[in-house]
Design a protein around this ligand. Structure first.
Ligand code: NAD
Length: 271
């Protein structure tokens, strides 16, 4: 078993069966945590749990009663959760506002917004009673800037604001609540959209200051920092992990980002 900053800690990760959630499970476990992998996809949760020596739980985050039952089951099987990471989510096809159906809006809001609330409540209320805990919600850069994602963008903005509200609600109870907002991240979820032609890799890379996409491990590093006691004075923030996408966009009005300076042969090596 690995030891590290999370030795003796129990971490629950919703959407832990794939992408960013799976990367969080691996990193938390490699740094000592006992991990509960929560996912609506039972087989995916079991595979990641087996890999990290954790426990799998089947959960549809959109149902409050299911979140309550899962928080109780995690507590009974592993002990009370010290860390919750809410990665469960669905992406959305870019559509004109007039084209998106009521059913699609409801689907995205039910999982991305209400699902995050449900998990935070089920686990957070238990943390507050124990006066210890760290919750990290996974929002998105789409929650900070508008995109042609008329359900997803507002749902992620709501996640950022609910993070702030809960941070204030539970601060005196020893529970920190922070958001991480990934940029375009190479996960099975986004890869499927790239393969359907709904996202273009070159465009996604070019839109960021660093000229790159995000890897799931980049997001997991930020999550692990916020989950750890090293971040004990931090609550209520939204931390973008976006390769500088948020700072780069407004440069389009001035002709775009400047070309790279320096020697291409030594770039990235600090030489
Ligand atoms: N990939 C990106 O570019 C990107 C960017 C910003 C934010 N995000 C967010 O990160 C999170 C993870 O995304 P990803 O790209 O790793 O996606 P992914 O599709 O690879 O993984 C998402 C996981 O969530 C699970 N899930 C879906 N609905 C669920 C439900 N109702 N209950 C429980 N589990 C459910 C899926 O089974 C899957 O295992 C999402 O909230 C997404 O919005 C992703």
């Amino acid at each position: 078993m690995s030891t590290g900053p999370f030795t003796g800690r129990i971490a629950a990760v919703t959407g832990g069966g794939s992408g960013i959630g799976a990367a969080c499970c691996r990193m938390l476990a490699s740094r000592g945590a006992k991990v509960a992998v929560l996912d609506v996809d039972r087989a995916a949760a079991k595979a990641v749990a087996a890999e990290v020596g954790g426990a799998a739980f089947t959960l549809d985050v959109g149902r409050m009663d299911a979140n309550e039952a899962t928080a109780a089951a995690v507590q009974a099987e592993l002990g009370p959760a010290d860390i919750l990471v809410t990665c469960a989510g669905v992406l959305q096809r870019p559509l004109r506002a007039e084209e998106i159906t009521e059913a699609e809006v409801a689907r995205v809001i039910r999982i991305d917004q209400i699902g995050t609330w449900n998990s935070a409540m089920a686990f957070g209320r238990r943390m507050a009673m124990r006066a210890y805990g760290s919750i990290i919600t996974i929002a998105s850069i789409a929650g900070v800037r508008s995109m042609p994602l008329h359900a997803y963008s507002p749902a992620k903005a709501a996640v950022i604001e609910m993070t702030r509200c809960l941070a204030a609600e539970w601060g005196r109870s020893g529970v920190r609540v922070n958001a991480v907002s990934p940029g375009f991240t190479r996960t099975p979820g986004l890869q499927a959209e790239i393969e359907r032609g709904e996202r273009d890799v070159t465009r996604l890379e070019d839109a960021s200051a660093l000229g790159q996409m995000i890897m799931p491990e980049d997001v997991a590093e930020a999550v692990c920092f916020l989950a750890s006691d090293a971040a004990r004075a931090i609550t209520g923030i939204n931390l973008p992990v976006d390769a500088g996408w948020l700072v780069a966009g407004s440069w389009a009005a001035y002709g775009g980002l400047p070309a790279a300076r320096g020697n291409a042969a030594t770039r990235g090596r600090g030489a």
